[in-house]
Unconditional design. Structure first.
Length: 295
């Protein structure tokens, strides 16, 4: 693992407890990253009112070999997290100005589901469902937030169909369970970016041992390229920094699409299991046939 280099946090610490020259340089960097990442060492020293050697020492104190590496790290930090550094109060666009949180979140969820519905290839979805319906065991993989939730939800949907499904989000256990896979196993790997290392590693391990591999991920990503079948999608983007990403709604909708297609591929043999679950759950709670199975 590469060392953690959060240049912004380092600058904030230096701004609080550094020498006079360091504080002046740190203040300038934090207030105008764009200028600093593009300025020459001469311009940087002049703007901060420090000497050229002070700039060099400043860069090395931050763990950089020199001004060039420092400017690269700062530009990288600004590109990745610049939106989170601007601060400000939560705001909505003009068209959303009179809408509350409830409507904003609901609208983004609906839009996310519509986006993924337009992207999914029905033929790929059907092919994946057919494999799942015939599998002796199913391993669903996901790391992080939305992808691990999608893997767990796939397990939740498939066991009701009488399929032996397991979800795993721990990286070490993903590899261990993948190593136990075989030709009668189907692995379904979720990753919004397709770059989740543990998921990619586990999928390759499972494929090495003969499992059939399905990726639900971004088109052209490493995960999509490693799998034998890819159901590709592009997660919807939302610029509202105060609201959770709507991508998980899209993923959950995709899981429901896959589960429905799998149920139809299984056919009537799933009905007795669903009846048993419905009977058992309703007897233990309230006898209302309108309630969903498992509540």
């Amino acid at each position: 693992m590469e060392p953690i280099t959060d240049i912004v946090m380092q600058l904030r610490r230096m701004n609080d407890s550094g020498s006079r020259a360091e504080r002046q340089l740190a203040t300038l960097c934090l207030s105008d990253m764009r200028f600093v990442s593009m300025a020459s060492i001469v311009d940087l020293a002049a703007r901060a009112n420090v000497s050229l050697p002070s700039v060099t020492r400043f860069c090395r104190t931050l763990g950089c070999s020199g001004i060039r590496e420092f400017k690269f790290r700062l530009a990288q930090a600004e590109a990745i997290g610049g939106a989170y550094l601007e601060g400000g109060e939560p705001s909505a666009s003009d068209s959303d100005a009179d809408r509350g949180i409830v409507d904003r979140v609901a609208a983004s969820a609906i839009a996310a589901i519509g986006t993924i519905a337009a992207q999914v290839d029905p033929a790929q979805l059907t092919a994946a469902a057919l494999r799942l319906s015939q599998a002796r065991s199913i391993l669903a993989l996901g790391s992080g937030g939305s992808s691990s939730m999608a893997a767990a939800e796939l397990q939740n949907r498939l066991f009701r169909l009488g399929l032996a499904a397991t979800a795993q989000s721990d990286g070490e256990l993903q590899s261990m369970q993948a190593a136990m896979a075989g030709p009668d196993t189907v692995v379904v790997a979720f990753s919004i970016s397709g770059h989740a290392r543990s998921v990619n590693d586990a999928l390759r391990i499972a494929r090495h041992y003969g499992a059939f591999t399905i990726a639900i991920t971004a088109s052209g990503s490493p995960l999509a390229e490693s799998a034998e079948l890819a159901v590709a999608f592009q997660g919807p983007h939302d610029a509202d920094l105060y609201k959770p990403s709507p991508t998980r709604f899209a993923l959950l909708a995709l899981v429901d699409m896959l589960a429905t297609a799998t149920a139809e591929a299984c056919g009537p043999r799933i009905l007795e299991g669903l009846r048993r679950i419905k009977q058992t759950v309703n007897v233990l709670k309230i006898n209302d046939p309108r309630l969903p199975i498992g509540d």
